[in-house]
Design a protein around this ligand. Sequence first.
Ligand code: GAF
Length: 372
Amino acid sequence: MSSVTAFAPGRVNLIGDHTDYNGGLCLPFAIALGTTTTARERGDDRVRVRSTAFREVWTGRLADLTLVGRAAMPGWVRYVAGVLWAARDEGWRLPGLDLVIDSDLPSGAGLSSSAALECSVALAVGSLLDRPLDPGSRQPLAALCSRAEREYVGAPTGGMDQLVSLLAKPDHALLIDFADTSLQHVPLPLRDAGLVLLVSDTGAAHDLADAGSGYAQRRTECDAAAAVLELPRLGLAWADDLSRLDDDVHRARARHVLSESARVEDTVTAVAAGDWDRVGTILSASHASLRGDYAASTPALDLAVATAVEAGALGARLTGGGFGGSSIALVPEERATAVQDAIDTAFAADGLRAPTHLTVLPAEGAAVGRPS
Ligand code: GAF
């Protein structure tokens, strides 16, 4: 029987965090690391999922892919089962399947390993079933994966990661406006500018699916603030509305959401002008807002960011959901090793576990076939 392999990348978010579920702007790009799924049709009604990373196999029946059935599954299997559940719910006629999953993305590092897993499964299975997978069909596919994560896995995430994984272009970032989910590919010529983005994984994994997580709490706070303003989403507020929020926490969260979307716009302008110093300044301002108004940083992330800037980065910030995970620093290519060493030294001096670093540039989005 035929089999199909599909690859979906992880991402870094250059700027615009905690804006997606609030109806604001963000500017992520795909990285070269990601997840590969090979899907093969079986002759029966069973689903067998094998992960080379987790060295684990899960086997069940198609009929087990229900909201009730997920309780018995290991955490990582829920992301796979969630995609199959959402696909069936949206009318895909799924046969029994063998799925083999392989990944070089660290999980819990804030590089979107969950979305890479979902998108590679959706793309491999969609291709096996001859579903339309052209660029015009990718946005609904991202919505399907995002729905799997929210409704099946129970992580109240916003949809940025799936869109960029499925729609990214090399040397471009994806400007997403969650007010209407419109997309625009924005050239991001880091390589031509002699720059790289240094990613430093602090090693403190964040779990967005935990109902008690900081991520879930922030989402609840934002929804509460939006309700006070009688808006469907907080990102639709105006700056004047802040004074109508009596609660200090609500006001701080709203200030982050509104200022972060404005910073995304400023970043797009600065990138177009080739003003990389300005881009760096905006990235650092984003971190200050995520640390202060949004309280989504950690001491390790703050240390990585401050040390990177002292050691010659143009700017730095946490990327993704925060509460652990990775920082990013915009660095002249020739300074990358020095910045990395400075972060290692600072972590050692504070008795923190050495972070894992990688340098990234904007890479290709998901594709059917194995990456070369
Ligand atoms: C995580 C979520 F999955 C995204 O939807 C987004 O909210 C991000 O955190 C914060 O910007 O990656």
